[in-house]
Design a binder for this molecule. Structure first.
Ligand SMILES: Nc1ncnc2c1ncn2[C@@H]1O[C@H](COP(=O)(O)OP(=O)(O)OP(=O)(O)O)[C@@H](O)[C@H]1O
Length: 372
């Protein structure tokens, strides 16, 4: 690695280590842009302590997410990433503030230095679609399970991610590992406080958000989970509303019209289109079977339990985790072949912490593989 000065190499006096909370001087080298979002840029980088620690070795690769430090609304991303610690949530290693390298730009930027994963679920779905396949079923199961596990953990703290979508789900196809990223919209929800309904990307918005509910629950993320699982099977987003007002219409094509009580409980002041006419004649179960033709019955059953209008009737993370769709993952001889490899690997999906076991409560015995 070059030691000379270049536009992408710089020294920062105060880089805070997320674990120890101690600040040190470090050199940062940014060498690849990996993402550009509505608010920030994500680059791949290496860091090194300037006090000789780690024998002057570069640490990384990391992903640095840079967002303006003072935006109009307070980003809770740093706050939340500092407290979470879970195998299926991207981990924060360091953070620092820095002015832009452009002398004309006086904005202060917050830099979040995170572990770096090689891909995301959007890329994976696209990759298989290009070869006219879907992600292999065992991988889908492993990814869906890890996503639900991250939700069990987050929702246990009352934190809703509020922007679940394939591009915010990082994956490492060589280990079939999944980690949620982008906590820029995340919030700890309080039952007696309103929250804005204009969050979450259109295709993945829960029906209660679409109709303007402001007392929603963490169950909005579960809707996103259902959309993501459906997308892995279909190779494209399941509900593609061409405009915000048409998103609910897309959902009715699978679920039929929402009930009056759904509107009453989630926003009694809703005055938009209620799409009350049913556009298909068969039952909802038959409709799922038509849309998810060729999908295994247990996957269809899981999707029918998740893609439900009423947030309280939608499956909770622990109910998702114990669903028979994931039964195969518990088998002693369960293994997967990572993409492009002929060597099977075993996955460590059941290393639940005491905290997670507490959240699972009485369902933990149903979930944990029995040792034989
Ligand atoms: N830790 C990481 N490792 C690898 N890639 C990452 C990481 N964090 C983010 N990315 C990539 O960068 C992209 C943008 O990151 P992120 O979603 O956090 O930024 P954003 O500004 O909120 O974007 P958006 O507005 O699209 O949601 C992600 O879709 C992902 O592909």
């Amino acid at each position: 690695m070059s030691q000379g000065t270049s536009s992408n190499e710089y020294v920062i006096g105060h880089v805070t280590d997320n674990l120890s909370d101690k600040a040190s001087e470090m050199t940062v080298v940014e060498y690849k842009k990996i993402g550009e979002g509505a608010f920030g840029t994500v680059v791949e980088a290496k860091l090194k302590f300037n006090d000789g620690r780690h024998n002057n070795h570069w640490l990384g690769p990391f992903a640095i997410k840079r967002v303006p430090a003072q935006t109009e609304y307070k980003s809770r991303e740093l706050e939340i990433l500092r407290v979470v610690n879970h195998p299926n949530i991207v981990s924060l290693r360091f953070f620092f503030d820095k002015e832009s390298s452009n002398p004309k730009d006086k904005t202060l930027y917050q830099n979040l230095v995170m572990e770096c994963l090689p891909s995301n679920l959007q890329n994976e779905i696209k990759y298989y679609k290009l070869s006219k396949f879907t992600i292999p079923y065992p991988h889908m199961k492993a990814y869906s399970f890890q996503l639900a596990r991250a939700m069990l953990y987050l929702h246990g703290f009352g934190i809703a991610h509020r922007d679940i979508k394939p591009s915010n789900i990082l994956v490492d196809p060589s280990t079939v590992t999944l980690k949620i990223c982008d906590f820029g919209s995340a919030k700890k929800l309080e039952s007696n406080q309103d929250s804005v309904s204009y969050i979450c990307s259109r295709y993945y918005r829960a029906p209660e958000l679409i109709i303007g509910c402001t007392r929603y629950t963490t169950q909005i993320d579960i809707w996103g989970l259902g959309c993501v699982i459906a997308e892995m099977f279909l190779g494209k987003p399941i509900f593609q509303g061409q405009e915000p007002d048409l998103q609910l219409k897309e959902i009715t094509k699978l679920l039929g019209p929402p009930s009056k009580s759904f509107f009453f409980h989630n926003n009694e002041n809703y005055r938009g289109n209620m799409y009350s006419a049913k556009t298909f004649t068969c039952t909802i179960e038959q409709r799922f079977k038509q849309i998810f033709a060729n999908c295994p019955p247990d996957a269809i059953d899981l999707l029918m339990k998740i893609l439900v209008y009423s947030p309280s009737e939608r499956a909770s993370p622990r109910r998702v985790l114990i669903h028979p769709f994931f039964q195969e993952l518990k088998k002693n001889d369960f293994y997967v072949y990572p993409r492009g490899s002929d060597k099977p690997i075993r996955l460590n999906l059941f290393n639940f912490s005491e905290y997670e076991l507490g959240l699972l409560g009485s369902l933990k015995d149903e979930l944990l593989p029995t040792t034989t």
